[in-house]
Write a protein that binds this ligand. Sequence first.
Ligand SMILES: [Zn+2]
Length: 215
Amino acid sequence: MTSHIEVQPFIRNDQFNFIKFQVKHLVNAHSTVKDPDVLKAVQYGALDNIINLFPEMEEHYRIFDEIVEIKEEIQAENFLAGLKPYIIPFKQLTEKTVGKLFPKAKKLKLQFLKDIDFKEITYLGWYDIRSEKKFLIFDYKGKLMGVQGTFRHKTKGVCSLCNRHGEVGMFMANVKSGKETYTNRGNYICDDSQECNGNLQSLDRLENFIENLKN
Ligand SMILES: [Zn+2]
């Protein structure tokens, strides 16, 4: 029997993406910056930024120590792969649970679910060709929430979930605004939800988006 202490997953997908971008920045610095003092500042800056994501979790900080050693792409990849066991997966979604979130949607094609890496998503989003609608599933404060809407007017723009510039479309949801009244709420979001999940570096915008749909 091994005696190592098992660390429970504590890194969210958006936090993992933040770490990934910090590490990428570090590798770039090594190929462009020659001044050792500047490099040191970048290294420890990256470590600080990452540690600051996890206040009051000092016991986990050693996991990030090797960041300051990273110089090349391959080291970055190994480091990031080593973090995978610590990533919190999205709630396991089956065809049944998804069906319950969208009781009125008929015959949703959900075969793609088996190919989803639940450690790589903050939300689940897909376009259903048959109903011409985009479906989104969020884990909002521990509870699954499904939203569906039309998805049109594809263009280049900034996504209101991940804040990145890219291919976006207008997601328009019909939400309850009063006891018997409904209103349309529209937002530009990434066309490719997988890519969007890979770009999310915080939950701020995503939570605003959800709050806006709820009110
Ligand atoms: Zn996005």
